[in-house]
Write a protein that binds this ligand. Sequence first.
Ligand code: HEM
Length: 338
Amino acid sequence: MMMRPSCNGESPISLGRVMMRYLLGAILLIEMVASGFRLRADALSMNYYIMTCPMIEGIVRNAVSRALQDDPTLAGPLLRLHFHDCWIQGCDASILLDSTKDNTAEKDSPGNLSLRGYDLIDEIKDELEDQCPGVVSCADIIAMAARDAVFLSGGPIYDIPKGRKDGRRSKIEDTINLPFPTFNSSELIRVFGQRGFTAQEMVALSGAHTLGVARCSSFKNRLSKFDATHDVDPSLDSDFAQTLSKTCSAGDKAEQPFDNTRNDFDNDYFQALQNKVGLLTSDQTLYDTPRTRGIVNAYAMNQAMFFLDFQRAMVKMSLLDVKEGSRGEVRKNCRTIN
Ligand code: HEM
């Protein structure tokens, strides 16, 4: 049984807690099956690589664990990489393809320029190619790395079906469909609804912002509404507005954590929203809008409820428009099609 490494100087979690997480994960899966949850991708399964690459789980988890020990701030980027992959063209590793002279790929769109984690995915792919050549898709590697980053940062443990194929299309113009940080709650409910997510699942997924940072360019819109003498944005705490102004004085790329515990997967993010110190418009709106405020309050009060909803929504997200059979391939190199 693996122990979580200490990424933040705290003592490692106890074996009992790890076992409890495994148990909760197993209960969740049984519950999902019992409640009629069906995998839309019929060829995918939890044991997809059991015969062809049995060491896969350990290889991915150890690589992510080593990477987070070196750089705990990588957990957020790994999780975000998975979201940005799945949202555009489905979970098919389209985000990993490099631009060519004839094609500008997704990763070079403005909304994706601050993504990180590509080198770690390459490293894991190389190791898997050594162990089981031509078997494991890059799309599965991203999904597993994100899942492990969540767990290793203190979040829930859960399993995901494997067997996604890698796509052959990656175009900058497709990324227009990523949600904007200036979206309000209604817009978020609409765009997530178009992908089959409920408002509650959208709020749970937004809880991913418990990890990581945003750059000034993503939240400076909130400052234009704010003036030091007249607090014209009642949803923004005035001290926090000063902090954001200070951050932005260092330029558009200056970073601000989403909450006080940027490397820990917890429910601080939701408490921040209650305290009017949510970072993006799309974060704070979840508390400011009556339709989603109750969900924020529930997650802020009950971390176990957030974890359960989050892992359930993540499994669902990891199945968005997955490619099977000849609709995709297993790339030899995650950055180029075969
Ligand atoms: C609800 C709609 C969402 C919007 C509008 C949104 C927008 C953003 C923006 C603008 C950033 C900062 C980018 C930058 O300034 O460099 C960010 C960061 C992040 N997003 Fe989202 N996001 C959303 C949902 C999600 C979801 C569903 C996930 C994962 C399941 C996710 C995971 C992350 C993570 C972990 C970071 C921090 C990355 C880092 O530290 O580098 N986001 N998001």
